[in-house]
Design a protein around this ligand. Structure first.
Ligand SMILES: Nc1ncnc2c1ncn2[C@@H]1O[C@H](COP(=O)(O)OP(=O)(O)OP(=O)(O)O)[C@@H](O)[C@H]1O
Length: 241
């Protein structure tokens, strides 16, 4: 489903070349749920953007559902994203000139679904904002905007859902609600989940945890009590794939 081989990301800054990701190789099976955890600034969001085809690798290969993402141009990546990928951004990225329901309907309309409005209302109800559909993003709180962004990513039941801190702005009750929705989607639609999160509870519900540390990725071996404190195989540095 997702296979990377020695992917790196380097950016040019005023101080010179900055290596954000060391060579990273790993695989995610179809239908798996993965949490990427690690300190702020370690490279989690950068990795997620590369996997979702929102950014280009500096070197290495990424195959998404068997398709060579690293060989595609932006237009081809956008098409692949539209067909298979849902993305929940840390900063929501809602279209400010559209209402909540219009934001949510957008991917369904692009995908050509003719019942976008009905689907949009159903998913808005599920995230607890059924009565706020005609509100614009600037009329919603941070947590409400996050739930709209989540609903937008859910509407097409994507094959792969990437989420950057999906519960980052939510209170405990809403975090629970979103966690249930994420894992319902994973179970019912067989959607692969790749979540970047500082939320321990959410990470513990995932089948696997990967730890990002200064641009290197390692697999967390989950102990019986699921505390995930030991690190097993190092999967950076081209050892896999
Ligand atoms: N375009 C860029 N130019 C310069 N530095 C960058 C760029 N993109 C990312 N970085 C740096 O790369 C590092 C990793 O960033 P990234 O956003 O991936 O971290 P993160 O683990 O997701 O952090 P957080 O948990 O705080 O969201 C950071 O030090 C960031 O400042």
């Amino acid at each position: 489903m997702i296979k990377t081989s020695a992917i790196t990301k380097t950016v040019t800054t005023s101080q010179g070349e900055l290596s954000i990701l060391k060579p990273i190789s790993f695989e995610v099976k179809a239908g798996e749920s993965i949490a990427i955890v690690g300190a702020s600034g370690s490279g989690k969001s950068t990795l997620l953007s590369l996997l979702a085809g929102l950014d280009e690798v500096s070197s290495g290969n990424i195959f998404l559902d068997g398709q060579a993402l690293h060989e595609m141009n932006e237009e081809q990546r956008a098409q692949l994203r539209g067909e298979k990928v849902g993305f929940i951004f840390q900063s929501f990225m809602l279209v400010q000139s559209l209402t909540a329901i219009e934001n949510i309907m957008l991917p369904a309309e692009i995908a050509g679904l003719n019942n976008a409005k009905q689907l949009g209302q159903e998913i808005l109800d599920k995230v607890g904002l059924g009565h706020r559909g005609d509100h614009y993003p600037n009329q919603l709180s941070g947590g409400e905007q996050q739930r709209v962004a989540i609903a937008r990513a859910f509407i097409t039941k994507p094959k792969i859902l990437f989420a950057d801190e999906p519960t980052g702005n939510l209170d405990a009750a809403n975090s629970d609600k979103i966690e249930r929705l994420l894992f319902d989607l994973n179970r019912d639609s067989h959607t692969t989940l790749v979540l970047v999160t500082h939320d321990n509870e959410l990470a513990k519900h995932c089948q696997r945890q990967l730890l990002m540390n200064a641009g290197e990725l390692s697999e967390v071996s989950l102990s019986d009590d699921n505390t995930g404190t030991t690190h097993s195989a190092v999967i950076s540095q081209s050892q896999v794939g």
